[in-house]
Design a protein around this ligand. Sequence first.
Ligand code: 5GP
Ligand code: ZN
Length: 117
Amino acid sequence: MTQSPDCPFCRIVAGQVLATIVYKDDLVTAFRDINPQAPTHILLVPNHHVAGMNEFAEGDANALTAILLAAREIARKEGIADSGYRLVANQGRDAGQSVFHLHFHLLGGRRMKWPPG
Ligand code: 5GP
Ligand code: ZN
C-alpha cells in the first residue's frame, strides 16, 4: 500500500493517528471530520496515497468506485439517505484544499446552501 510520509490521512489509514473510523475495507477508509461542518461530516479516502483530484489515475478507478459505494451506504446508516447529503472534493487553492490526500466530504443532517461559498 503506497503511503506518503507526513501525510495525516495516510497515518489515519495506517492506524498511527486516532480517528473515529466509521467504515474500512481494502480500498477505502471513512472517518469523522475533526472539525465537523454539519451533523454528519465524514471523510472518505482511498487507502493509498493520492494527492488530489488532479493526481488520480485509471488504476485508482476501483478505489474511487468503492468510495462512492461506501458513501451511499454510510449515508443510509447515518439516516440521511432520504433527507439528502452532499459529497464533495476540494481540489487546490481556490477550493480550499488543506490536506493533500484525496478525500471526499460526506455532509448531511442540515439544510445546505447552493452554491457553496
Ligand atoms: P479540505 O479542506 O482539504 O477539503 O478538508 C480537510 C478536512 O480534514 C477538514 O475538514 C479538516 O477538519 C479535516 N482534518 C484535518 N486533519 C484531520 C485529522 O487529523 N483528523 C480528522 N478526523 N480530520 C482532519
Ligand atoms: Zn496520504
